[in-house]
Design a binder for this molecule. Structure first.
Ligand code: C5P
Length: 258
């Protein structure tokens, strides 16, 4: 299993704030360290469009475009093509869109990558299983089934459709790897460092895990937003928080033999 990489969620309203944050973290990307990616999600992409991806790539980051496509297959096909052409190194769809939609998304990714000349790494296409903000209790989408069971079923389906991996909770990563194979990518948001002083205000994440536990469970990418981007200045701010998480990941990876 390759070494785990850190993906920082740039959930900001403006490109200026996002790029300032990326700049503040850029010194942390170093050879021999776990890789450092930036994530552009709905808030930032709706505000700024693809230009922010180009800027981040110019700064040397790999970019995860987290727009979680879910629509009729033809529309998703076009959206995936546009995402690949915007320079995204990783993108995602909702597994809830079904096998057809996922298969068409995978084909669209391949087409667009080939049209770009097929140079470098093919962008990773992942499927969101069950959002990490969702719990089992009273959830209309899960309909009484445990989130982990639904996530596993959606992961198997995504693999069948030709996707590279899934977005799931760290709590599900080990079982997803077991069911879908070690090369099937697990990207896990909902990462929290257990320090009550660093609690994220109004936190909506529910199925959370520490960086160490996510790495031990086999996660390939850890997505961390607010614990880094809103880290208090008196504790060194975002760069110190990101450094701490990278160190925790490196230690956990070493003890897991990764
Ligand atoms: O601030 P926090 O660490 O909770 O940020 C997590 C990021 O991961 C957010 O940008 C959120 O949109 C994203 N995400 C998630 N759960 C998923 C998929 C993506 O939290 N299943």
């Amino acid at each position: 299993m390759p070494r785990p990489e850190l993906v920082v969620a740039l959930d900001f309203q403006t490109g200026a704030e996002a790029l300032d944050m990326a700049r503040a973290l850029s010194s942390l990307a170093a050879p021999g360290q776990p890789g450092l990616w930036m994530k552009v999600g709905l808030e930032l992409f709706v505000a700024e469009g693809p230009s922010v991806l180009r800027e981040l790539k110019r700064m040397g980051f790999k970019v995860f475009l987290d727009l979680k496509f879910l629509d009729i297959p033809n529309t998703v096909r076009g959206a995936v093509r546009s995402a690949v052409k915007s320079g995204a190194d990783m993108l995602n769809i909702h597994a809830a869109g079904g096998l057809d939609m996922a298969g068409i998304a995978a084909a669209a990714r391949d087409e667009a990558f080939a049209e770009l000349g097929g140079v470098g790494a093919r962008p990773l296409l992942l499927a969101v299983t069950v959002l990490t903000s969702m719990q089992d209790v009273d959830n209309p989408i899960l309909r009484g089934r445990p989130a982990s069971e639904v996530a596993l079923e959606l992961a198997r389906q995504s693999r069948e459709a030709g996707l590279d991996g899934v977005v799931c909770s760290g709590q599900e990563a080990a079982r997803v790897k077991q069911a879908c194979g070690p090369d099937f990518v697990c990207l896990t948001p909902g990462i929290r460092v257990p320090d009550p002083d660093d609690a994220v205000p109004g936190d909506d994440q529910r199925r959370v895990m520490t960086p160490e536990a996510a790495v031990a469970a086999g996660a390939d990418f850890l997505v961390v937003g607010r614990p880094i981007t809103r880290a208090p200045r008196d504790k060194g701010g975002p760069a110190a928080a990101a450094r701490g998480i990278l160190e925790r990941m490196a230690r956990a990876a070493a003890s897991a033999g990764r």
